[in-house]
Design a protein around this ligand. Sequence first.
Ligand SMILES: [Fe+2]
Length: 438
Amino acid sequence: MAKCTTFPILFLFLIFPQPSLSQENNFVRQPASQLIITPHQRSNSEPQQVHVSLVGKDKMRVSWITEDKEAKSVVEYGKKSGVYDEKTIGEKTSYQYFFYKSGKIHNAVIGPLEANTSYFYRCGGLGPEFSFKTPPSKFPIEFVIVGDLGQTEWTASTLKHVGKKDYDVFLLPGDLSYADSQQPLWDSFGRLVEPYASKRPWMVTEGNHEIEIFPFIYPKGFEAYNTRWPMPFKESGSNSNLYYSFEAVGVHIIMLGSYADFNVDSEQYEWLKLDLAKIDRAKTPWVITLVHAPWYNTNEAHQGEGEAMREAMEELLYNARVDLVFAGHVHAYERFTRIYDNKVDSCGPIYVTIGDGGNREGLALKFKSPPSPLSLFREPSFGHGRLRILNETHAEWSWHRNNDKDAVIADRIWIENLSKVQDCCDISNSQQVVNEEL
Ligand SMILES: [Fe+2]
């Protein structure tokens, strides 16, 4: 049973180093803030840590945890509050990490579901009613993107700002709970994000804080991450929960794994090559990628950590005309121009670092000087991003900086779809030939 009310060891985390505040453009940087512990306030048989994720074209995985081992893995759902016409029985599992034994982790895949529709649901046959809205069937579609979320007062502020404006799908490029092997913090994180993650699908990929390897005992790591946050990897032909792809309306989204082998002879590389070759730009004109460690980064923090992966995989993404690559890891916001192989290239992806969700480590305050001409906007502040894809040709990217009460749009650009840019079509046409041959 998960013990979630006392955390003596967590006192170590309660006093964090406070980064010195810097002032630039009349905006005072936010300091690191305190950890929030979100207690378990329901009965042991009631669901907690409820979250939903997309599976295939029209299904949703509902995930939740109970402390009661006998609780049923059933989801009842319907389009009217309190009226559950449908029912799906899923399965349950659990994991052990040293002396910690998780509660029962339930998963049920429900559907087929109608697009752009609110569903009401209940987990395990009792407890509170939840509701989510499915993504639309046509443009526009809006993604919220934020990495390195953690569970501090800044995390709560970021999530509050996210919740103030509607969106369709939440994308998280790694570093979720910052549990760092303190397993009850995974439970606390699940409860903190439930009001958001139970309402809209959350699609995540792993960061370094999910690794939790312990030599000989847990040599492969990712025990908690893989069990608590299962993503639809099998549906995209991947053999690992650490990398996968999925589609939403006209967008193909690739979630890469910075902490799975990525070299040219690796399974991930082979999988990526096949996944890119299968993309039909007529069906999904937009292709975006998320990865944890940034391939381009002018912050002094985590310099060069994504370089080996960039060297291995950048050419694949470039040849496939990926529109945007989002990363986390660096606790700041940075937007680059279109790049290929360290040079401005109008047919390369736009790179964005959005690792500023609100984690306990604070902000990465120092950027390299002088600024690189590749880097167009950089700021060490907490916040979140929104990618609103309006139609087949145009999208809007905006970065919303956390202020005390409101989110303020501090950066905004219009983006043209690369598959529609004539000068960039040559390689994507040859990619199309490969698709047809496959
Ligand atoms: Fe990280």
